[in-house]
Each structure stands twice: as structure tokens, then as C-alpha cells.
Design a protein around this ligand. Structure first.
Ligand code: SAH
Length: 350
């Protein structure tokens, strides 16, 4: 049972703000307990695995916080070939992974035709696996083509749901309206959709966090990625402070209470700012981990922020290490597709 005060779906904007303020230094154990039991009602103790393939670090965007932003000349840029991407999937499949997350900067080298061919090929080889894309903003038509080719899910964090704050984090040619529209388009097409935001990003206030929660309540996505902001040395935010574990964990717990069935990762960024950050995320209601399947030779080049963990580990080592940590924390590693709601929602389009 969720204690009365934690029925946060019915809280007003001001009440949400007060709740965040009250818990911003020490999180009420009862709130964490409520988040844990909500997650348990939805998914038991399962923690779903996703194999992450970072297939390109070229990006046409210039997001102020991101290490692979276009104007960073110090990045060694790479693109994986179709064969290299498929090889990552083969390795992942043999290790037991049944979801592949293909993530990249916004790289126009990968045309719609390339993606359709790639998605079709992965689906033919591994029909019992889900494909998640995370490659930024595209037109409705492009998203639709990817869905028709067999992609199941799409991750596109909204980053911040406050217009002014969005402009403080992004250059003028990007805007919140386009980002939100893309998320609604993805939902409309039929993807399982992931939104999300960074915690303690530069200029962020508690009012902004309240707006993030209210936006998520309205969008009602299937997945929510929440991680701390971490500075990257080659960005204008190089000297800003990293987000805190406490605030990130609080946001995970509140999103769990707001969206009981959401798939919420214990992110690599959370594991980067604290050696037990991911465990604390799981204890607060997260239920997904995303170990890296990218070739180790390029891992360091996909640096969105400094000191990212696990860049040297082979996929198999990552799988074992994370599985063990999950078991130690009292949860069960689960290698099924792990669709929203706990039942298979395979994309069988058309
Ligand atoms: N190009 C894709 C993938 C972006 S990378 C897209 O636009 O969706 C995935 C996520 O990493 C971003 O959405 C952002 O929230 C996060 N990220 C980027 N830079 C970061 C930083 N410095 N600290 C923490 N998270 C960061």
C-alpha cells in the first residue's frame, strides 16, 4: 500500500514542489519504500537487461552539456559499419540479451534506407529480440519507416520540460516544442517510447523538476531515463557541478510512483557519480540496466560526460559484473525482452 501522502498522481504543482523540497536532502524512507513496493507490484524483483550499442559519435547538434557535441574538435569521431553493429548484436545475443539499444549522435550518414536495412537484418536474425532506437529527432515519416521495418522502442529524453531552461541547455536552433512533438509522434506511430531528463543540470531549479514530472504524467511514456548531469571537460559546462545521487534517486522514486509501470533504468551516469549509485537507483524503483555491447576500441570515444564507468570492460564481463551486483542488491537479473507491463509487445507491423 502506498501511504496516503505519496499518492503523487493527485498532487498539485505546489504540493509536488513541497514534496521535492522536503526530501531534497534526506529522502523519507517511507517514500522509497512506497516506490519499491510499486515497482514490485508491476514487475516483481526483475531487473531487465538491455544491450547498448553506441554506433556513431558524430552529431550535427551542439547541446551545451554533451561531450560529443558538434563543435567539440577534440573528439575522435567514429562510425560503426552495418557488419560491426550486427557483430555487437551477435555477441549480445549469445550472452542472452534480447533487447538491443542502438544509440548515436544525430548523424545523417545513417540514412533512412540504411536504418531500414539494418533493422530488418537484425530482426531477421533475432526475431525474438526487441530493437530500441535512440538517435535523436527525426521526421514523423522517418520514425514511421523505422517502425515499419521492425523497431520496437525509441528513447528520446526531453531533457527539461521548461522552455526557458531548454534554451539554457541548447543552441537556438533546437527547441522544446520540436522535442515534445517528436515524442508524441513516436507514441502515435506505436513505439514504446522513452522520455527523461538530467538531474541537477546547469540552471535547473525545483520548479523545473516539477515541470518534468508533470510533463511525464501527461505524456505517460513507457520508459523514463533519469540520470545526473555530469560535466564534460570540453563543454561550456566544464566547471559546473555534477548532479547528486540523492536528487537523482528521489526523481526515480517519484517517477515510479507517478508511472507505476514505467521501465526506468539505473543509469550508467548514476553509477559514475557513486560506486553504488545504480544499486540505490534500483532500491528507489528503477528496474532496467543497460550494459555496453559497443566494441571496447571505441568506448572511450562515446564520452557524453567525464569519467564514464565500464569503458574498458568486455560485454561478457559487464554482464557478469552487473548480474552479480543485481543479485547482491536483492533483485533478479532478467534477460527476456522486458516489454512494458510485463507481457510481450512485439512489433509485428504490418
Ligand atoms: N542523440 C540521441 C542520444 C543522446 S545521448 C538523442 O538526442 O536522444 C543520451 C542522453 O545522454 C541524452 O539524452 C542526455 O540526457 C544524456 N547526456 C548527455 N550529456 C550528458 C552529460 N554531460 N551528463 C549526463 N547526461 C548526459
Amino acid at each position: 500500500m502506498i501511504p496516503k501522502g505519496y499518492d503523487i498522481k493527485s498532487l498539485t504543482q505546489n504540493e509536488l514542489k513541497a514534496l521535492i523540497e522536503e526530501n531534497s536532502h534526506v529522502i523519507d524512507e517511507k517514500l522509497l519504500e512506497a516506490a519499491r513496493s510499486t515497482r514490485e507490484q508491476s514487475y516483481g524483483k526483475k531487473v531487465f537487461f538491455r544491450g547498448l550499442i553506441e554506433f556513431s559519435n558524430y552529431c550535427k547538434n551542439d547541446c551545451y552539456y554533451c561531450g560529443i557535441r558538434k563543435s567539440n574538435r577534440n573528439v575522435r569521431r567514429y562510425r560503426l559499419t552495418k557488419k560491426e553493429i550486427i557483430d555487437c548484436c551477435i555477441t549480445g545475443y549469445q550472452l542472452g540479451f534480447r533487447t538491443f539499444v542502438l544509440q548515436s549522435g544525430e548523424d545523417l550518414y545513417y540514412t533512412d534506407d540504411f536504418m531500414i536495412d539494418l533493422i530488418g537484418d537484425i530482426k531477421n536474425r533475432f526475431p525474438d529480440s526487441a530493437i530500441t532506437l535512440s538517435m535523436g529527432e527525426k521526421s514523423y515519416e522517418s520514425y514511421k519507416k523505422y517502425f515499419q521495418a521492425g523497431a520496437d522502442r525509441y528513447l528520446l529524453r526531453h531533457e527539461t520540460a521548461t522552455k526557458d531552461h531548454y534554451h539554457q541547455l541548447h543552441p537556438k536552433n533546437m527547441n522544446l516544442f520540436t522535442r515534445e512533438k517528436a515524442l508524441y509522434n513516436l507514441k502515435d506511430i506505436g513505439f514504446q517510447v522513452g522520455a527523461g531528463f538530467m538531474v541537477n543540470s546547469p540552471y535547473q531549479t525545483i520548479d523545473h523538476l516539477v515541470n518534468d514530472l508533470l510533463f511525464l504524467k501527461k505524456l505517460n511514456p513507457h520508459m523514463v531515463g533519469i540520470g545526473p548531469f555530469i560535466p564534460h571537460h570540453d563543454t561550456i559546462f566544464a566547471n559546473e557541478k555534477s548532479g547528486t545521487v540523492d536528487m537523482t534517486v528521489l526523481m526515480i522514486a517519484l517517477v515510479r510512483l507517478l508511472l507505476p509501470k514505467a521501465l526506468i533504468p539505473a543509469t550508467t551516469a548514476l553509477g559514475t557519480i557513486d560506486p553504488y549509485g545504480r544499486e540505490r537507483g534500483l532500491q528507489a524503483g528503477a528496474n532496467v540496466v543497460m550494459p555496453n555491447l559497443s566494441p571496447t576500441s571505441i568506448r572511450e570515444d562515446y564520452s557524453l560526460y567525464d569519467n564514464k564507468i565500464c569503458t574498458g570492460d568486455e560485454a561478457a564481463e559487464c554482464k557478469e559484473c552487473i548480474s552479480e551486483r543485481i543479485r547482491k542488491a536483492g533483485f533478479e537479473p532478467d534477460f527476456s525482452r522486458g516489454d512494458y507491463g510485463g507481457y510481450c509487445i512485439a512489433n509485428v507491423y504490418p
